[in-house]
Design a protein around this ligand. Structure first.
Ligand code: ADP
Length: 465
């Protein structure tokens, strides 16, 4: 007893050098969809968990996700008679990723996404509407019944579950180091708090769920110089810390130069979701002409846009599309869109040539009615765009998703450069690489973060026993 007291007194005197400030089974770095999925899973497996979040609020980039949660063979699809299959989901994801994705990770994602979605529903989430995202053969992007954004619903669901379980979540807590023991196994983390002090946590495992690096200009340009000066759709916390922290203890990375631009961001980087095109909106260039099948993958639509005069486009929707989607009503409320009570007025508001714009919309309506896009072969045209008034937003490509990151296996273990798992280190979500290959399909980020967040939680729970 006396000995223990002396050790503890010494540790206190040394400012936490010997004894950690806190002890837990698992530390989760980051409170986006991946981190909270891991934390809830760990808690439900009977483990003690502390979540550290460097920003003042939880939710990360996930809160900004608008489109949907991709999953195949779901109850919602069956209800709607959508003949989707897991194999088709795999094929679309591989093709969309230019076939450089890790096939095992893709199979894991596509096989388990429906259970991840059902899990969210079991926690009270609303993912009742199934819509189309780019690069998907069938409707598989699940979102709330009123067509509102998916990310806030994912976070609302997970955050409610986190609070119900009284999981220890600390905001304004930036992890600066992942600590390893002599045997190379992870033994905890160091973090700085709002008070400017550094604290240590002893843990048996760490789940890195710190997101991507889409808001870190220096890192973006390092891996892809052409992105210099690009706007970003990412929240300011997406600075790639998780990748750097894990690299410091020997983690390998993959596909770091695979960085996705989203084709429909405002010049300030506000994202106009892919689901708006999925719902029927079209893109026109400065000449008032369409220039692409709007449902192609993000990389291709972005590239087509950059070939247009001025390297921008206008995304246009009508009142029929507006009425169905709360998300679009939100853009209008935010003042992002200009409007016209007819095509002529819209042309004046956008400074597009009225005759050309009228001809474009007339042609599109005729094509929609005949069921065949005579110009660009768009496979799905849910709206004839013939219900005034009209709205338009000026858009351009902006950095959206960093596909590369930490190399993991199907158990979400982080691998070192020899391909061996680093004991006690797990990762999930945008901080990892390999799942999306050279291009992430819309709707696959939410599927990725919840599916692999759960796997990381399960694997870490099994590891700490
Ligand atoms: P994902 O979609 O993979 O869950 P998100 O971007 O939604 O990723 O969430 C990642 C979270 O990790 C963000 O809230 C971000 O602020 C947080 N984060 C990033 N770096 C650190 C760090 N060094 N310490 C603690 N939290 C971090």
């Amino acid at each position: 007893m006396k000995k223990l007291l002396i050790v503890s007194a010494l540790a206190t005197a040394m400012g936490g050098v010997w004894a950690a400030d806190y002890t837990t089974d698992v530390v989760v770095i980051g409170s986006g969809g991946a981190g909270l999925s891991a934390a809830v899973t760990l808690h439900d497996a009977g483990k003690k968990v502390i979540v550290l979040e460097k920003m003042a609020m939880v939710g990360g980039n996930t809160l900004r996700a608008e489109g949907g949660f991709n999953a195949a063979e779901t109850a919602q699809q069956k209800r709607d008679g959508i003949p989707d299959t897991i194999e088709q989901f795999i094929a679309d994801t591989m093709k969309g990723g230019h076939n450089i994705n890790d096939p095992e990770l893709v199979r894991t994602l596509c096989t388990n996404a429906k259970d991840a979605l059902a899990w969210l529903v079991s926690l009270g989430g609303d993912f009742e509407t199934v819509g189309r995202a780019g690069g998907a053969k069938y409707n598989r992007a699940h979102r709330p019944h009123d067509g509102s954004a998916v990310g806030p619903e994912v976070i609302r669901t997970l955050w409610t579950a986190t609070k119900d379980r009284k999981i220890d979540v600390r905001t304004n807590a930036r992890v600066t180091d992942i600590v390893t023991g002599k045997d190379g196994a992870v033994s905890g983390v160091k973090f700085t708090s709002k008070d400017g002090k550094t604290y240590t946590i002893d843990s048996k495992a760490v789940v890195v769920a710190a997101g991507g690096f889409g808001a870190n200009q220096e890192m973006l340009v390092k891996y892809k110089p052409m992105l210099k000066g690009y706007a970003t759709t990412n929240h300011p916390g997406a600075t790639g810390d998780g990748i750097v922290l894990a690299e410091k203890i020997g983690a390998a990375t993959v596909d770091m130069d695979q960085i996705q631009a989203h084709p429909t961001a405002t010049p300030e980087g506000v994202l106009i979701s892919e689901s708006v095109r999925g719902d029927g909106a079209i893109l026109v260039n400065a000449e008032g002409k369409r220039f692409t099948n709007e449902l192609l993958t993000r990389d291709v639509v972005s590239a087509n846009e950059l070939k247009q005069p001025g390297k921008f486009a206008w995304i246009i929707w009508d009142d029929g599309i507006r009425a169905k989607a709360k998300l679009i009503q939100g853009y209008i409320k935010m003042g992002l869109a200009v409007t016209g009570k007819d095509v002529k007025e819209l042309a004046a508001a956008t400074n597009l040539p009225a005759d050309a714009l009228e001809a474009t919309l007339k042609q599109y309506a005729a094509d929609q009615k005949s069921g065949k896009d005579s110009q660009f072969g768009r496979p799905d045209m849910p709206s004839a765009l013939d219900k005034a008034p009209y709205w338009a937003v000026k858009v351009q490509p902006a950095v959206h998703h960093t596909m590369g990151g930490l190399k993991i296996n199907t158990k979400a273990q982080v691998l070192n450069k020899e391909g061996k798992a680093i004991p006690g280190l797990f990762a999930a979500g945008e901080v990892t690489g390999g799942v999306h290959g050279g291009n992430r399909l819309g709707g696959n980020a939410q599927a990725d973060i919840v599916t692999f967040g759960r796997i990381a939680g399960q694997s870490a729970a099994a590891y700490v026993k």
